[in-house]
Design a binder for this molecule. Structure first.
Ligand SMILES: CC(C)(COP(=O)(O)OP(=O)(O)OC[C@H]1O[C@@H](n2cnc3c(N)ncnc32)[C@H](O)[C@@H]1OP(=O)(O)O)[C@@H](O)C(=O)NCCC(=O)NCCS
Length: 195
């Protein structure tokens, strides 16, 4: 049986290590057209894709001891959304991708800012040399606002692997490595692993 383990806590929220029991919530949030209003093509349309997505998150936890987490209120077991950070490659540079995605009923009360700030503080303490980045669709002002409010700085970087226009916010300069240092440093599976 799954035994949820807390990862980060804030005044109102707890981010839990994800378990298989979170699959219905992963599906609910990632198949909701409202949560993909800005990038409709990325919305999940098949249940098995939610299982696969959750499995990639759990695999990252197994390998690195952190990752994308399941977010609940401190006083209610209902899943509100997901947030966390995981290793990824941006144009060949190793980064930590900041993730936040909440069910629409939980929007507008500062939850994303609150948990994203906790993730950013965790990243600064645990991986101080790795840039924490937020990749935000240009048409997503509330997500831009969250990135700005937690202190990430807008860069002029562009994700060359992406078809959708994104702004890239970062906690520190992103150094694009040479091909040889890239091959040594980044597992191929993390290339472009944003979600
Ligand atoms: C983006 C998202 C995480 C924001 O969640 P949230 O809990 O509502 O965010 P917060 O309440 O912490 O903050 C939102 C900020 O955006 C602002 N905002 C909201 N709508 C806005 C708009 N249309 N234009 C400008 N700012 C806006 C809010 O005023 C708030 O800023 P403030 O605290 O300075 O007033 C949430 O909308 C979501 O999950 N969206 C779908 C998934 C997604 O887009 N994830 C990000 C992918 S990069």
């Amino acid at each position: 049986m799954d035994c949820p383990v807390p990862w980060l806590g804030t005044a109102r929220l707890v981010a839990w290590v994800p378990t298989a029991a979170d699959e219905p919530a992963v599906w609910a949030v990632h198949s909701d057209p409202d949560t993909y209003r800005h990038v409709p093509s990325a919305r999940l349309t098949r249940h098995e894709d939610a299982a696969r997505l959750l499995s990639t998150w759990m695999d990252h936890w197994d390998r690195h001891g952190f990752g994308y987490a399941t977010v609940r209120s401190v006083d209610d077991p209902t899943v509100l959304g997901f947030a966390g950070a995981r290793f990824a490659a941006l144009n060949g540079a190793e980064v930590l991708n900041l993730y936040y995605r909440f069910a629409p009923r939980a929007w507008g009360v500062g939850y994303a800012t609150e948990i994203a700030r906790a993730v950013a503080q965790w990243a600064a303490a645990e991986h101080p040399t790795v840039p924490l980045i937020a990749r935000v669709a240009t048409n997503n002002p509330s997500s831009v606002r969250v990135a700005e409010r937690i202190g990430l700085v807008r860069t002029d970087l562009q994700d060359r692997s992406d078809e959708v226009d994104h702004l890239i916010f970062a906690s520190r300069p992103v150094q694009e490595p040479t091909p040889s240092t890239l091959r040594a440093a980044i597992p191929p599976t993390s290339q472009g692993a944003w979600r």
